[in-house]
Design a binder for this molecule. Structure first.
Ligand SMILES: [Zn+2]
Length: 512
């Protein structure tokens, strides 16, 4: 994810960018059928109907999400439910009880044929605590609708792994953008609840543009309030980023990917998913948004590497009931932020000067605006607490700076042969989307995959709060860092060794 963090900095307000659906037949056994009526958009609520398979006593809770992967925030979706009723096959109401914020108890689940509930959109529903980031929430308007699965759908206790069949009733002229699979009967299919949450849906007056990038099908869907931004414009800008990513990673690791853009009244940020990502921006002339969007899409797209292909069991078996933090935000967000900037630099889309300015900005924000007693691991572990959540934004600053240093250390130890991207690629081969790593022992895996010296690096700068050795490390590349001025510059007379390492660090990506 990438939030936009607004800070008053040196008396200047600066905005930092933060953070193939072919038709197929699908099995119907044990599938939970959902129907969302988007023709009735009254009261800012989604009207949802759920037809479950035959339930048992073990399925006596209907669960709404307390949080969702990649957000690191408490959501408590049950707060938005405005009505909830269960019925048997004859239409008689069956007793239900709002047990806790996110749970509805069902008195005789085995008799339930249908559940009907209404749930408010998160955008226009004020809440006192834990407001949901716009890009992670829902919006239901006259000419478009944004659905993030965890804010509309729930699941029966014991059935997080059951498939969902989703029917969306919507105005005939609307278009629909999602990475979900379209079935032959016109419904969308998600293999389980996690997949439904992992696949946002944007509907309405949208434009669409598509592109094949070295065998990967890319779709862009755009809602623009006054129609001034089109998917063609956006895709034209994304094209170079995608080609660079392919060069950086030796081919894209997914066969299809969907970008969803909403240009409306507010700039909020972006949220990554396995096969899609969504972006909420204030509508403005495209030339004013282009640069920010290149950076943010590069960041979000990079998440296909981690967490999609490299993640811990905490993400693989996600707990929607109680938020459980992973220790490894340094990897999911810090490394992703570093890699996306490095990719723009190595492909020539950003100059060395721009790369340096980016580092300088991250150093300023890290040191001036965030608590230096929070290690990257502590930021991870406390992200769901009110205090810890205030430090979360630093994962894009200090997290990216530390990844940059780790890359330099690896290049130094390997004599320029192995950098951080090589290590991550190696680990994604060892693990991959279906083989999560153990959260508690992963640092040991990283050390084993690299050098014993990396333990000291992790102890000091990822688990610990030792001040970052920026000057020392960049010197290894023949780059001066003046800490007083917060300024990077190339050394006028670097040594042969420094030049050699700098060359490995810069390794250009060719875009065909
Ligand atoms: Zn992110």
């Amino acid at each position: 994810m990438k939030k936009f963090i607004k800070l008053q900095l040196l008396a200047i307000a600066v905005v930092f960018y933060s953070c193939g659906s072919g038709k197929m037949d699908v099995p119907t056994a044990q599938t939970v059928d959902f129907t969302v009526n988007l023709n009735d958009r009254s009261n800012d609520t989604f009207k949802v109907e759920v037809a479950p398979p035959v339930l048992s006593e073990d399925n006596n809770i209907y669960q709404f999400a307390a949080t969702a992967p990649g957000t690191y925030q408490v959501m408590d979706i049950g707060r938005y439910v405005t009505s909830f009723a269960a019925f048997d096959k004859n239409g008689n109401e069956i007793g239900t009880k709002h047990l806790s914020t996110n749970q509805f108890e069902l008195s005789t689940p085995e008799k339930i044929a249908k559940i009907e509930y209404q749930i408010s959109e998160t955008w226009d529903t004020p809440v006192e605590v834990n407001p949901i980031y716009l890009m992670c929430g829902t919006s239901i308007e006259n000419d478009h609708t944004l659905i993030n699965g965890q804010a509309v759908f729930g699941y029966f206790k014991g059935m997080q792994g059951s498939p969902l069949k989703i029917r969306l009733d919507y105005p005939e002229k609307w278009h629909i953008g999602t990475a979900l699979t379209l079935s032959s009967d016109g419904t969308y299919w998600a293999s389980d609840y996690d997949k439904a949450v992992d696949s946002p849906i944007l509907l309405g007056n949208l434009t669409k543009a598509s592109l094949d990038v070295q065998g990967t099908n890319i779709d862009v869907y755009t809602y623009s309030k006054t129609s001034q931004i089109t998917s063609n414009q956006v895709l034209e800008t994304l094209k170079n980023m995608l080609l660079s990513a392919s060069g950086f990673l030796n081919g894209l690791p997914v066969k299809h990917y969907t970008f969803l853009f909403v240009f409306e009244d507010k700039t909020a940020g972006a949220w990554e998913h396995s096969y899609s990502s969504e972006y909420i921006y204030k509508e403005a002339p495209w030339k004013d948004l282009k640069s920010s969007i290149s950076h943010v899409t590069a960041h979000e797209f990079f998440h296909v590497v981690t967490p999609l292909n490299l993640h811990s069991q905490i993400i693989a078996h996600f707990n929607f009931i109680t938020p459980v933090p992973s220790e490894h935000l340094w990897l999911y967000e810090g490394t992703t932020e570093w890699a996306s900037n490095m990719m723009l630099f190595r492909s020539g889309q950003n100059s060395m000067d721009e790369y340096f300015k980016n580092l300088e900005r991250k150093i300023t924000i890290d040191t001036r605006h965030f608590d230096q007693n929070y290690s990257l691991v502590k930021i991870s572990e406390t992200s769901y607490t009110p205090e810890g959540n205030k430090q979360y934004g630093n994962i894009y600053m200090k997290g990216a700076l530390v990844a940059g240093l780790l890359n330099i250390r690896l290049l130094e130890l390997s004599n320029g042969k192995i950098g951080l991207v090589d290590v991550i690629k190696k680990l994604t081969k060892e693990y991959g989307p279906d083989k999560p790593f153990d959260d508690a022992s992963f640092f040991g895996v990283v050390i084993k995959a690299t050098y014993p010296e990396i333990k000291d690096f992790i102890d000091k700068y990822i688990e610990g709060t030792v001040p970052l050795p920026i000057t020392d490390y960049y010197q290894k590349l023949g780059i001066d860092y003046d800490a007083d001025q917060n300024k990077f510059s190339l050394m006028s007379q670097p040594t042969k060794d420094q030049l050699k390492l700098r060359k490995a660090w810069m390794k250009p990506i060719k875009i065909d």
